[in-house]
Design a protein around this ligand. Structure first.
Ligand code: BGC
Length: 355
């Protein structure tokens, strides 16, 4: 039995590239507590009540900055950018000019490159203990992307047990942008084994199949009759090990689902019958990338337990992977004078009966 609590402030006081890092905590009257750090503008802990009223920490992470720096998996809870997910061969063209990025995932550029937004120390401002804004200016050419990009991510904890995430960005040169949060969820609590018995619901009629390098093919495909049909809720375990070329390429689910819902309706949800905790995701983004933690590799987490493959899942709300190389996908171009805005809500509740 794990008794969950928040990490200590002093274990997050550190210096990276000359900038101080910290831990911040938001609380609401429902008993929910959420911890963040300015290292990667990331979510560190999310304590929510389960069906018995006990608090469980439903995101994976570490107890100190030091451990975040040492970990094999770099993206725990982080804000990911300047371009979330993969860009094939680490290159794209804008107005006839070729931009070259670092290849940190085979030949792909993954999550904005090795020193993307997840690895930066962001400036921050807390308002009334309910909201925290993180701000970072990514210089022109950082990780190969054009334009000085000013990015703001604000997190708000509501009295409805929602974490509301708002992204804003402006550039001074035409660029591409795709931001997401990379929280790894386990609704039984981090360190409590795998998530295979979690029940997922994704109302999407279509998903994006991938090639051998995990780059999306050119068109969306119907989920009908495939392992990717979550339109009726089903356990992650139900089809994940099926003999299916798409699942083999992702080593499980590592695919973008086309979100056809407005932000007023859930684009995805997950539920653990064991804890009774449900997570619903609402977003303005056109895609929800479902990743079932297939490549997690035994980092030791907050409760001194191993984070093995499939011990968590991510719902990464975002534009489609590799969009700069697929002109038919929803546009990821940001022009000077425009403001990029995007919103995602992670809402937690307790569900008494099975779906
Ligand atoms: C990707 C995975 C990748 C992981 C890295 C996910 O967003 O889809 O393929 O291994 O991030 O942490």
């Amino acid at each position: 039995m794990i008794i969950y609590s928040l990490p200590d402030y002093q274990d997050f006081e550190y210096k990276i590239d000359g900038k101080k890092t910290h831990l911040f905590i938001l609380r609401n009257r429902m008993g929910m507590q959420v911890a963040f750090t300015d290292y990667g503008a990331r979510i560190v802990s999310v304590l929510v009540p389960d069906k018995t009223g006990d608090l469980r920490d439903v995101v994976l992470g570490f107890n100190s900055i030091h451990e975040y720096l040492q970990a094999d998996e770099q993206y725990h809870g982080a804000t990911v950018g300047r371009f979330a997910n993969r860009i094939a061969n680490g290159c794209f063209h804008l107005d006839g000019k070729k931009y070259t990025l670092q290849q940190n995932n085979g030949s792909n550029c993954l999550h904005g490159g090795p020193t993307g937004l997840h690895s930066k120390v962001w400036d921050r401002r807390i308002s009334f203990k309910k909201k925290i804004d993180f701000c970072y200016v990514s210089p022109d050419g950082e990780e190969g992307f054009p334009g000085n990009l000013k990015v703001t991510v604000s997190y708000e904890l509501t009295e409805d047990n929602e974490i509301v995430i708002k992204y804003k960005a402006e550039t001074d040169k035409k660029t591409v942008i795709n931001l997401t949060n990379h929280a790894y969820f386990n609704l039984d609590g981090e360190g409590q084994g795998d998530v295979l018995s979690h029940i997922l619901h994704l109302p999407s009629d279509h998903f994006l199949p991938i090639d051998e390098n995990q780059i999306p093919l050119d068109s969306e495909v119907s989920v009908d009759g495939t392992a990717f049909d979550f339109r009726s809720p089903k356990k992650i375990s139900q089809d994940i090990d099926k003999d299916d070329v798409q699942l083999k390429r992702g080593n499980g689910y590592d695919h973008t689902f086309v979100n056809q819902k407005p932000i007023s309706e859930a684009a995805a949800s997950a539920y653990s019958p064991n804890s009774g905790i449900r997570l619903e995701v609402f977003t303005t983004e056109p895609g929800v990338h479902l990743y079932t933690g297939n490549f997690l590799s035994e980092d030791i987490g907050k409760s001194d337990r191993k984070y093995s493959s499939r011990s968590a899942f991510c719902f990464e709300t975002q534009h489609y992977p590799d969009s700069p190389n697929h002109p038919q996908f929803p546009s990821v171009i940001l022009e000077p004078g425009q403001v990029f805005e995007s919103e995602t809500i992670y809402k937690f509740s307790v569900k008494k009966q099975i779906v």
